[in-house]
Design a protein around this ligand. Sequence first.
Ligand code: MUC
Ligand code: MG
Length: 374
Amino acid sequence: MSAVIDTIETHLVDLPTIRPHKLSMTTMACQTLVIVRMRHSDGIEGLGEGTTIGGLSYGPESPESIKRNIDTYLAPLLIGQPSANINFLRARMNRHARGNAIAKSALETALLDAQGKRLGLSVAELLGGAQREHLPVLWTLASGDTRKDIDEAFQRLDDRRHCDFKLKIGANAVEDDVRHVAAIKAALGERASVRVDVNQAWDEATAVRGIAALQDAGIELIEQAIPAREFAGLVRLSQRFQVPMLADEAVQDARDGFTLAAGGFSGAYALKIAKSGGPCGALELAHVAQAAGIGLYGGTMLEGTLGTAASLHAWATLDTLAWGTEMFGPLLLKDDIVAEPLRYHEFGVELPKGPGLGITLDEDKLSHYRRKDG
Ligand code: MUC
Ligand code: MG
């Protein structure tokens, strides 16, 4: 008898960040993870994580909606179904529940973790095999203070932790943001690459002004300068400037990736398991990008260790990652709920060894940080 899904439990876990993390639309002092524990009739437990940024400030799912929608709508679609056919279960969720990509990603991750444990394979092996065991990881400077950001960058360089930096801008006047970014780039010089993420804060005219100045300052990549749905504007920016554009919020899944590429976009796509409903959907977007000659970047929704590990298993299967990854989420958190942290060294992180995700929960930490009324 093949295994079936028995129970699905969800927990909201609130973890403080090491410092305030300032984005154009919110400042985070804490990250909330939605942890999924999926138990199967063969005794195997699959773990998953669904995480967003700043409640409802990043997208239409909040941690509370992710939990509630899994409990009420998605879990009943999976319970009692055969555990092993992940393609069938993805299709079943997509047929009966619209949207909710982060909730679906948490469940798909738990399915992959369980299947890997069942077969004695890592998630990367289930996805066709890892092409790398160590992935480059950048760090986001987002304290909101230029001097503190420069000190933080030098510390990371000296520790050989990170040598690529992304700056979160868009909350201030464009001239102030440009001054902040240019000062950091000037301080770091050739020791580090500096990129910016505007998180949709500019209109196109502001973006033209801002990007011209950032290009002159030596910035290497401009992430999501204008609103996600302004595809034509993003295409125009990518054709106007030499500095490449990175589409993040604009490309949720393969269909967005196809539409933007067909519209004439060049540059790079940020892959995130949270945007695409899980590792499989994120890899579908990656394959569309590859076919269109668009560069790849392993993106984060500032997940904890489980979500970061799931992403790493997916990114490791890719041939090329022109812009590396930003899978630093666990390093932004003061504490963790796993028994063994990921190994960050030499400007990157090691792909965890399987089976499954290769991650074990620390039950005491989980019960400490779990929201008791959630
Ligand atoms: C985003 O939009 O890219 C990634 C790094 C970070 O600091 O925030 C995220 C979200
Ligand atoms: Mg982004």
